[in-house]
Design a protein around this ligand. Structure first.
Ligand SMILES: *Cc1c(COP(=O)(O)O)cnc(C)c1O
Length: 373
């Protein structure tokens, strides 16, 4: 079966290989069968292995949902009675984290920081000093809306120094930027199958310290479907997810993991960087500027400022590119007009070169003057 190849430059779901797409086409199976249980067990171990965790220490707890389900699960399940959450808020995803906490009416210290530079960790430390009742510190590793990379290792170390857990949303960095849960001081991280591992949507996972998950059994249970310990304990006991898993997505994820380990952590990260270098080069040739300084960027998302040209029309340019097989994505930075070019997925530098040929045509055909201002 020939499947048309599309180049997705949005921040996930990403371009997948045909082998991953085809892995979804399997004989019907009841997910309660032992055969399927084995697949899930191996998958959990592989997911922990990606962040260099030992399976004695860390477990991957699988959920059926998009990536936000993991944020919800971690934030609501890991706050002990009488404790507060500290969220470093410097982008649209950490802002979403705060919204989740507010919708559970949980006590929150929201530390707002600039959206285009790493946070001031001195402020984080001051808050931790003044609030010995902080239960966990929460930080987005890679703020996908802007491409800003946050200092998780240092923040995790601070959290631990003051007796708090460290939870980080690694949804858009996991399996791309090398992460080591021990060296990076991570108690809990998370991702979703359609991002770094280059699988399909519908499967998400929290990876966390088993001892802390066990401890959280005594924390207030604020959700039934989205409780970390309940799901963990069910998987430990039966090898199965508590409720119906996304069966075909799991087959695709299994294939994606095979391909991940075959490509290798270092090679894969090199490829993403190669793709981002090609994106930066293409932007420079057109005179485009970015919202976040290179030195603060993740290397996975470039937030491009809208050209100051009356002929610029994002939708027009988007549609021109889309009709030719390339998807670009609107930005997510409050006030600043930006769009995003991302280096996720099964793509390489040639795809970016091809993209810029089409993108240049799109700008020319809409009458934007080049190089842009
Ligand atoms: C994609 C993403 C999520 C999850 O978003 P969904 O739309 O629910 O999949 C969470 N955090 C970050 C940083 C992300 O990039």
């Amino acid at each position: 079966m020939a499947i048309e190849r599309k180049i997705l430059l949005n921040p996930g779901p990403a371009t997948t290989t045909d082998t991953v797409k085809m892995a979804q086409v399997v004989p019907d199976i009841c997910p309660r069968e032992k055969e399927f249980g084995r697949i899930m067990k191996e998958m959990g171990e592989d997911l922990v292995r990606i962040v260099h965790g030992r399976t004695e220490d860390y477990a991957a707890v699988l959920f059926c949902g998009s990536g936000t389900i993991c944020m919800d699960v971690a934030l609501n399940s890991l706050l002990e009675e009488g404790k507060k959450a500290l969220v470093i808020q410097n982008g649209s995803y950490s802002e979403r984290g705060c919204e989740i906490l507010r919708s559970y009416n949980l006590p929150l210290i929201e530390l707002k920081q600039p959206l285009d530079a790493p946070p001031d960790l001195k402020l984080v430390e001051d808050i931790l000093k003044q609030n010995p009742d902080v239960g966990y510190v929460y930080m987005t590793h890679h703020e996908t809306g802007s491409g800003l990379l946050n200092p998780i290792r240092e923040t995790g170390a601070l959290a631990h120094r003051y007796g708090a857990f460290f939870i980080t949303d690694t949804t858009s960095s996991y399996a791309m930027i090398p992460i080591n849960v021990y060296e990076d001081n991570i108690d809990f991280c998370m991702s979703s199958a359609q991002k770094g591992i280059m699988g399909m949507t519908g499967l998400s996972f929290v990876i966390g310290r088993k001892d802390l998950i066990e401890r959280s059994a005594a924390f207030p249970r604020r959700s039934y479907y989205c409780n970390l310990y309940l799901q963990y304990q069910y998987i430990e006991k039966t090898g199965q997810m508590h409720f119906t898993p996304p069966v075909q997505t799991i087959y695709a994820a299994r294939q994606a993991l095979k391909e991940y380990f075959a490509e290798g952590e270092a090679e894969k990260w090199k490829r993403h960087q190669r793709v981002m270098d090609a994106i930066h080069k293409g932007e420079e040739e057109l005179g485009l500027r970015e919202a976040v300084k290179r030195e603060y960027q993740s290397g996975l998302v470039s937030a491009v400022l809208y050209p100051e040209d009356p002929a610029w029309d994002f939708d027009k340019v988007h549609d021109y590119c889309y009709e030719r097989g390339f998807t670009i994505y609107p930005g997510k930075i409050e006030k600043a007009g930006t769009f995003r070019l991302c280096a996720l997925g099964a793509i390489d530098e040639e795809d970016i070169r091809d993209f810029f040929v089409v993108f240049r045509e799109a700008l020319e055909s809409s009458g934007v003057k080049l190089p842009v201002h």
